[in-house]
Design a protein around this ligand. Structure first.
Ligand SMILES: *Cc1c(COP(=O)(O)O)cnc(C)c1O
Length: 364
């Protein structure tokens, strides 16, 4: 008897490894492995979630109309060209399935976000990983990798896990060097954390016309990773395609309500940016002072580089002994690195105490 077999390319996919959330034998574990916000969910979002309980028998609004309008007014965008998804991962899936496929190539930088690789292979694309320079996406090398079969280029900006922000002129140069029939996906999952005043998350490039899309998420600064809500901003023709194939009720009723409330939470973004900027710098400086290389980051995490896999494993063990879970980077080909989410002040202090030989109080 023959067992049913998947398409052969699917067997080349390694399942996404989510950040761990438990250390066996340690009472209190602190999860700094998935870049979830430092402050939990916005209180208004929790309230909206509770209120949604009374409506759970109803199908959600399949077009996420109120949420798209709230996003549009918050970010100054046309709601008709916004699509919400069950996480931005869902939108990446639909984009890559719709525009990629067998016989096409998807280009990403070597340490780009893993989901491009997984989803590209699922779609049947040949995934090309372009070497970086010093953990930075190399636009010349990306453009040099483009061939006649290239259909999609994915760029996380800021990038996860390196934290690198590709400057706006370089993003524009990447787009300008791509044929118009190549889809450029600008994944701006960490956009809200960026403090560089020249940063443009991607909306202007989408509006400039052609084949550029921007994806965003409620999972990071808005603290709603467990609700699975993301959104994208598209040219009208691409929005039309994605609306044809997405699930008709892809964002659940509680997720829509929580996301709308998160957008309305007074001072939430400002407080999170201020905290993240301050503590990312403090923790980075403490690790650097202890001889640990920290790559510059514009996200809510830092990439700590311990130079050797052995030193990295030893550092991870010290963190785990204190219940601190961070993200190993072996899957990204960075076995000497740990990605550490910026948590609360106390959590940053604990990381410093665990890793720095002469850790002092970061708060002073
Ligand atoms: C977290 C993350 C996402 C996915 O977020 P969801 O909206 O939760 O699916 C997408 N891209 C990057 C670079 C991320 O780090």
């Amino acid at each position: 008897m023959n067992a049913v077999a998947p398409r052969p390319t699917i067997l080349s996919i390694k399942a996404y490894a989510p950040g761990e959330s438990r250390v066996p034998g340690v009472n209190r574990t602190i999860k700094l492995s998935s870049n979830e916000g430092a402050f939990g969910p916005p209180p208004g979002a929790m309230e909206a979630f509770r209120e949604a309980a009374a409506e759970l028998h109803r199908y959600p609004d399949g077009s996420s109309t109120a949420l798209r309008e709230a996003i549009g007014s918050r970010f100054g965008l046309d709601p008709a060209r916004i699509i919400c998804g069950a996480g931005s991962d869902e939108l990446l899936l639909h984009l890559i399935m719709s525009y990629g496929g067998e016989g096409t190539e998807l280009i990403m930088s070597a340490h780009g976000f893993t989901m491009y690789d997984i989803t590209g292979r699922y779609a049947g694309c040949q995934v090309i990983k372009v070497p970086e320079r010093e953990m930075r996406c190399d636009v010349d090398a990306m453009l040099a990798a483009v061939g006649p079969r290239t259909k999609i280029v994915c760029l996380a900006n800021p990038n996860n896990p390196t934290g690198y922000l590709l400057p706006q002129p370089e993003v524009a140069r990447l787009r300008a060097g791509l044929r118009d029939d190549i889809l450029l996906v600008l994944d701006a999952a960490y956009a809200e954390y960026v403090t560089d005043p020249t940063y443009e998350a991607g909306a202007a490039m989408v509006d400039a016309g052609g084949s550029t899309v921007m994806t965003r998420t409620f999972s990071k600064i808005f603290g709603l990773g467990g609700m699975r809500v993301g959104w994208g901003y598209f040219p009208a023709a691409i929005a039309d395609i994605i609306n044809r194939i997405r699930g008709p009720f892809n964002v659940n009723i509680a997720a829509q309500a929580a996301a709308i409330a998160a957008l309305a939470e007074p001072g939430w973004i400002e407080r999170n940016i201020a905290h993240n900027t301050e503590w990312r710098a403090k923790l980075g400086a403490a690790l650097t002072a202890s001889g640990i290389k920290v790559w510059p980051s514009e996200g809510n995490f830092i990439l700590a580089d311990f130079a050797t896999p052995e030193a990295c494993r030893a550092a991870d063990a010290k963190l785990r002994a204190r219940g601190l879970i961070v993200r190993g980077m072996g899957g990204y080909g960075l076995p000497a690195c740990l990605r550490i989410t910026i948590g609360t002040a106390e959590e940053c202090q604990m990381v410093s105490d665990a890793l720095c030989a002469e850790s002092s109080a970061l708060a002073v």
